[in-house]
Design a protein. Structure first.
Length: 216
């Protein structure tokens, strides 16, 4: 009878791990060459295999627990990163940046964060320099390792923002980019700042995320 009861609980999805309905999307700043599919592993549970993209967010993947190891598939899977999701929330985005002691260092964003909406930008500074920026009339400064939501203001012709990016040098800034970024009501954008391969300059990369109206 007890076995039947436990089996019924399992079928109803009352288990301690998967019942949480944890969903995670992944986006990598850069990828190791020929990275195979990966899984999220906790105890003896594992997610379905999936590929980590760098030009868009992955589809939502159901994770077995709030703490899990991201590793390559197979019996001798290579650990890539240890990830600990916040205690509250069930839908997250994990930004994978190059790690020092592991392949990836995770930066976790709550997908339901109401401060990060379509039309906003999430700046993530993984460089060794302090980055400054101006999106429309909104100014931002990020020290190494910092991330923040940037809410742009004053679009031009309701179509685009004038954007200035730079690296702080004393009381001034060395220009990094001057451009026009399109205004959007359906995308929110992740902007990675990182040291270029030479280690002498800072580069950046932007990735858009489409947000369906019913998810706003």
């Amino acid at each position: 009878m007890m076995r039947l009861f436990l089996s019924t609980l399992f079928l109803l999805g009352v288990g301690p791990l998967w019942s949480q309905g944890l969903q995670v999307r992944f986006l990598a700043q850069t990828l190791p060459k020929n990275l195979p599919e990966v899984v999220g592993v906790a105890a003896e549970e594992a997610s379905e295999p999936f590929s980590v993209p760098k030009n868009n967010l992955s589809p939502r993947q159901q994770m077995p627990a709030r703490e899990f190891v991201l590793q390559t598939v197979g019996e001798n899977g290579k650990p890539l990163s240890k990830i600990k999701l916040p205690e509250s929330g069930s839908d997250f985005i994990v930004l994978l940046t190059p790690g020092k002691d592991t392949v990836f260092e995770p930066v976790i964003v709550n997908s339901d964060d109401t401060s990060f909406r379509p039309g906003h930008f999430y700046f993530l500074n993984r460089s060794k320099e302090t980055v400054v920026g101006k999106v429309g009339d909104t100014q931002a400064m990020l020290k190494p390792g910092e991330g923040k939501v940037v809410v742009p203001t004053n679009p031009q012709q309701e179509r685009y923002y004038n954007v200035l990016l730079g690296v702080r040098e004393g009381n001034s800034a060395r220009p990094l980019s001057s451009a026009r970024w399109p205004m959007s009501k359906v995308n929110r954008t992740y902007v990675f700042f990182f040291d270029d391969p030479s280690g002498k300059s800072v580069d950046f990369r932007a990735v858009d995320e489409f947000v369906p109206p019913d998810e706003e």
